[in-house]
Design a protein around this ligand. Structure first.
Ligand SMILES: C[S@@+](CC[C@H](N)C(=O)[O-])C[C@H]1O[C@@H](n2cnc3c(N)ncnc32)[C@H](O)[C@@H]1O
Length: 278
């Protein structure tokens, strides 16, 4: 019974999808609801009450921002392959033009489950057929050599967009540096990189204090140092990349005319960066 109530880090992927389904108009994700299940819904109801009631909307706006960024770049013929690191159960492949090739990378248990469900839903015509390659990798292990050759065999000389969202909070700085070096080895000049992360000031908010208490009860015993925050200057000093756009929950709320309901203190404000390799 005790075990039932606990959630594992990879299960946060269910949570993100359910948040996106909360307001489909805002997220523009009409497929996220397919991942809904009783355990996650129960967990989310507690989370909204005990951590932050604004969370579904922060996730909806994150999806909207990256979706529209991808759509614009595809329209401008800037990208042919989308590589999603820690892709979880996000549904971009089905929301984007069918000509795009997708590479989805996450822990083996996540990609295996996603692959199975996607095949099922494609056969039931719940989602359109898309060109997706799933790769099971743990970013805390030694993955570079094998993953690079797997990715290269698919992308060849095509232009890419790498996305990493909802992941860096759970990784160490060393794992993050390794990933960004890896992105550089995959990408060519003119390719794009989208990343989402929290800044250090989040740790001073009531919402973060609530989150820590909640995670300690429901996930595992952790301290604030177990959750990575990333400052702007990290992105501005990534070698070979230039930040070409930077948003957060507040700027996106303005952009997409979303009315914020909670005081700042109760919002886990995430930052979103778009970088271009040059
Ligand atoms: C909150 S979910 C976000 C999923 C997706 N990016 C989205 O926005 O819908 C975090 C994802 O990061 C993945 N993840 C966390 N640590 C990882 C690691 N060490 N290696 C690979 N994936 C990891 C989890 O499995 C999970 O799918």
């Amino acid at each position: 019974m005790e075990k039932e109530q606990h959630i594992k880090i990879h299960e946060t992927a269910f949570v993100t999808s359910t948040f996106r389904a909360f307001d489909e108009n805002l997220s523009q994700d009409h497929f996220a609801k397919l991942w809904e299940n009783l355990k996650t819904t129960k967990w989310i109801n507690e989370y909204l009450e005990l951590v932050s009631a604004e969370e579904p909307f922060t996730h909806c706006l994150r999806n909207r921002y990256f979706l529209e960024t991808l759509q614009d770049l595809i329209e401008q013929q800037e990208i042919e392959v989308v590589i999603n690191f820690g892709s979880g159960f996000s549904m971009y492949p089905f929301l984007l033009h069918e000509k795009i090739i997708h590479i989805e990378i996450d822990k083996p248990e996540i990609v295996d489950y996603k692959k199975k469900k996607i095949e099922e839903w494609e056969n039931e015509h719940k989602i359109p057929k898309r060109n997706i390659h799933f790769m099971g990798v743990d970013f805390s292990k030694d993955y570079q050599k094998e993953l690079l050759s797997e990715i290269q065999s698919i992308k060849r000389n095509k232009s890419t967009f790498i996305l990493i969202e909802g992941v860096l909070f759970f990784l160490t700085r060393a794992e993050t540096n390794k990933l960004f070096d890896f992105f550089n080895s995959i990408q060519e000049n003119g390719d794009y990189l989208g990343s989402a992360s929290f800044q250090e000031t989040i740790k001073e908010t009531q919402a973060f204090e609530n989150l820590l208490r909640f995670f300690n009860q429901k996930v595992s015993k952790t301290t604030e140092d177990d959750y990575q925050t990333i400052q702007d200057n990290y992105y501005h000093s990534i070698k070979n990349y230039k930040v070409i756009d930077h948003q957060d929950y507040f700027s996106l709320s303005k952009k997409y005319k979303h009315r914020i309901n909670q005081p700042k203190e109760l919002i886990l404000n995430e930052n979103f960066y778009l970088l271009k390799k040059n």
